[in-house]
Design a protein around this ligand. Structure first.
Ligand code: BG6
Length: 481
């Protein structure tokens, strides 16, 4: 079917500072947790940065942002999602004053976006907590982080509030349930972290997020603040009602983050969980008041769905994702084991819209795949029909959800330019429309090349999504070079 996307729909792409910028020790930047995660979430952090950590140089966006933004403009981007590296602005996280050189860098990036008429969408904290806050304070388990984050947000809103309309407080805030160090800067190994400490950390993040929302209203009138959730619809593995309840409970663990962001209070099912697991949170009256500052919109990432079962014997691992769950026997998986489920995106869109009645924003979606650089008519490129098919299949479902009446602000594909993977820290897990010549061993010229999907996406945007379901072969030949 052909569904028209609303006028003004925000088409674009998304990145995170730690995965593209590099320049980890330039411009007065302090260390972040990413600088000690050379293997992503696969191995524990190192003591200090090590040369095998690809994020230290990443794809050098720090020096090449003008060239990259020009390529985004060539695709017709209306919006570009970037994150600000907290440790560029407050190198240790607890500094009294911000680092002017770091602020000036993002001034330049925003200038460049403005020059091309691309709207910025800024993630305030994307898996890059300053390392000092992790090591000296225990990350978000410590209430002091609320104040440090608030000071950071105040600095950002005062500096950029007049030119950035869309803000996200924490990337995939619910992922802290599974990756406490990556997501919450919590250095205690996962298997030694108590649920008491984990949920206290989550509480601090939720209060910090609400305070950021309140602050934005004061300092950046007109700004829209959203939460950002890792969306993974959980289906019952079988029609057995016990599996349905298991799936519901798995959904609750994630819904809680959206419920609190949108309704301003803890949901009953989570309070029950606390009661039954001996979790007693330190919640002040001020916290309760802060939480009432609910978000303007809900953003989320979507890559895959999963299943849940009540039967311990069927609880096999096997998904390459960070959220656990049981594989779905009806779905195919990517080369990294992420199960591909375009219809799940329609499910999430309907579900979130009906649950929260707030505008939605898809801020991540895409296929991590191995690409082959080849020459077509003498021009280096990647013939990534698999990526086009993945995105096209998902956009068809976005069209269905729009027809269902969902209010959707925009769509930014993940890793619009190749970048370093978050979970595995590889370059070879590529998502981009733009190929970056860098390999897993760190070699490569860092040259940029347009993939076939670059031309496809340009046409998608130019037609405001009127071309789905027609796939790669329909990309007008004239647009392919
Ligand atoms: C999301 C993150 O989890 O998924 C991104 O917000 C990440 O930072 C993306 O890169 C894809 O995951 P990965 O592990 O393939 O890089």
């Amino acid at each position: 079917m052909t569904t028209s996307f609303p006028a003004g729909f925000l088409w674009g792409g998304a990145t995170a500072a730690n995965q593209v910028e590099g320049a980890y020790a330039e411009g007065g930047k302090g260390l972040s947790i990413q600088d000690v995660l050379p293997r992503g979430i696969q191995t524990p952090p190192t003591e200090a940065p090590t040369p095998d950590n690809l994020k230290l140089e990443a794809v050098d966006f720090y020096h090449r942002y003008a060239e990259d933004i020009a390529l985004f403009a060539e695709m017709g981007f209306k919006v570009f999602r970037l994150s600000i590296a907290w440790s560029r602005i407050f190198p240790n996280g607890d500094d009294d004053a911000p680092n002017e050189e770091g602020l000036a860098f993002y001034d330049r990036v925003l200038d460049e976006l403005e020059r091309h008429g691309i709207e910025p969408l800024v993630t305030i904290s994307h898996y890059e907590t300053p390392l000092h806050l992790a090591r000296a304070y225990g990350g978000w388990t410590n209430r002091d982080l609320i104040g440090f984050y608030e000071r950071y947000c105040r600095t950002l809103f005062e500096r950029y509030g007049h030119r950035v309309r869309y803000w996200l407080t924490f990337n995939e805030i619910n992922s802290v349930l599974h990756e406490p160090f990556l997501s919450g800067g919590i250095p205690t190994p996962k298997d030694q972290l108590s649920e008491q400490d984990l949920y206290q950390a989550i509480h601090h993040e939720l209060v910090a997020s609400a305070r950021a929302t309140r602050l934005a209203r004061e300092l950046a009138p007109g700004a829209q603040v959203g939460c950002m959730i890792l969306a993974m619809p959980t289906y019952p593995l079988t029609p057995d009602p016990a599996d349905v309840v298991a799936a519901m409970q798995a959904e609750h663990a994630n819904y809680a983050f959206g419920d609190i962001h949108c309704r301003g209070e803890y949901p009953g099912y989570l309070l029950r969980y606390f009661r039954e697991h001996g979790i007693e949170l330190d919640v002040t009256d001020q916290d309760r008041e802060d939480l009432r500052h609910t978000v303007d919109f809900v953003s989320f990432s979507y890559y895959m769905s999963l299943c849940e079962t009540a039967d311990p014997e069927k609880k096999v691992a096997g998904l390459g994702n960070i959220m656990g769950g049981v594989p779905n026997p009806t779905l195919e998986a990517s080369e990294w084991g992420w199960q591909i489920d375009p219809q799940g995106l329609r499910v999430v869109l309907n579900d979130y819209w009906e649950r929260w009645q707030k505008p939605l924003f898809i801020v991540e979606n895409g296929l991590g795949a191995v690409d082959q650089l080849v020459e077509v008519d003498g021009t280096p490129t990647v013939v990534d029909d698999y990526r086009i098919a993945y995105l096209d299949d998902h956009l068809v479902q976005v069209g269905e959800a729009l027809a269902d009446g969902v209010d959707l602000l925009g769509y930014t594909t993940w890793g619009c330019i190749d970048l370093v993977s978050a979970s595995t820290a590889q370059m070879s897990k590529r998502y981009g429309f733009i190929y970056v010549d860098r390999n897993d061993d760190g070699t490569g010229s860092l040259e940029r090349y347009r993939k076939k999907s670059f031309h496809w996406y340009r046409q998608v945007i130019a037609t405001n999504g009127a071309m789905f379901g027609r796939r790669a072969d329909d990309v007008a030949p004239a647009l392919q070079h």
